[in-house]
Design a protein around this ligand. Structure first.
Ligand code: SF4
Length: 316
């Protein structure tokens, strides 16, 4: 048998076993838009952080295999305490979530006693437990506007998203000095250079990007700044045949499926989160088969952390 045929046969066996196991174990596979395409392909649901939180909360599965990074699996465990949450590779971390610890947030709160804490959902369970309300890039504007009239705000951990929200709303906030190592590379200079190179492209930018807060970029008529889901929706809605995509490259897979006729240009060839690529078909199958790599947030911590997520889900 040729190598190609052999690979196709073992791939088929792998997918057959995965499908058999997910049914017999009553498991659901959730994947982030930044996961490897072949992993996205086998997931029951693919989405951004907000969509994934909602799916985890409403799922009636016994097992959730989370094809994303550690804080996402923790969030699923917080919301679905009765379920076993598995992470195909435990080393899948997040530089943004690692940018603040629970102890650091507790100290920041203590130094600002009258402030209300809004944290991006890209945080550990400990950080969520010291947070008053979470947000994602989909709903950060809404969450900030909702609490601003009655509170002074601390915003953690993403300074880029926080600065962008401040500029869009005019609401002052104290910002934690954290960032995603991937989106932080999309600086004003990088984005502007690509915009000059592709002057007719619609420009879709994730607000975690460092350059999203630049006034010229933010106010440019070609620019649309939004969460990953919002970027995909805009790719479909807009009339431009060429799209400059300023976020992690994994999103191109779903976006190209949504707009196969359009040309997608990634802002930089290095726009890749290595943590998001840890989940492979092989380790997804292994972790489900052996029910290993469980991520479990203990009940007391989960109860504290859950309040901040539920407040967010109630707002939007
Ligand atoms: S892309 Fe950035 S925010 Fe997303 S998981 Fe990777 S490090 Fe974290």
């Amino acid at each position: 048998m040729s190598n190609t045929k052999l690979q196709a046969t073992s791939q088929k066996h792998l997918l057959d076993e995965l499908n058999e196991l997910r049914h017999s174990k009553h498991a659901i596979l959730l994947g982030h838009y930044y996961a490897n395409p072949d992993v996205q392909e086998v997931c029951d649901y693919v989405g951004d952080s907000l969509g994934l939180s909602r799916e985890a909360a409403k799922s009636d599965a016994d097992i959730i295999v989370f094809c994303g990074v550690h804080f996402m699996a923790e969030t699923a465990s917080i919301l679905a305490q009765d379920k076993k949450v598995l992470l195909p590779a435990l080393e899948a971390k997040c530089s943004l979530a690692d940018g603040i610890t629970g102890a650091q947030l507790a100290a920041w709160r203590e130094a600002n006693p009258d402030y209300f804490v809004i944290s991006y959902v890209n945080t550990t369970a400990e950080v969520k437990a010291y947070t008053d309300c979470c947000c994602t890039s989909s709903n950060a504007l809404q969450v900030v506007k909702y609490y601003a009239p009655d509170h002074r705000l601390l915003f953690a951990p993403d300074r880029n998203l926080g600065r962008y929200i401040q500029l869009q709303t005019g609401i002052p906030m104290k910002l934690w000095d954290g960032a995603c190592h991937v989106h932080n590379e999309f600086t004003t200079a990088v984005i502007k250079a690509q915009m000059r190179k592709y002057p007719k492209a619609r420009v879709l930018i994730h607000p975690e990007s460092a350059g999203a807060s630049d006034d010229e970029i933010r106010n440019d008529a070609r620019v649309f700044i939004s969460s990953t889901t919002g970027m995909i929706n805009e790719a479909k809605r807009c009339s431009e045949p060429q799209l400059l995509v300023v976020t992690e490259e994994g999103v191109l897979y779903k976006m190209q499926q949504t707009v196969p006729e359009k040309e997608l240009i990634l802002v930089a060839p290095t726009a890749q989160c290595e943590h998001m690529k840890h989940a492979t078909l092989v380790n997804v199958l292994e972790c489900l088969r052996e029910e290993k790599n469980e991520v479990r947030v203990e009940a007391e911590l989960a109860q504290s952390a859950r309040i901040s997520i539920e407040r967010m889900l109630a707002i939007g």
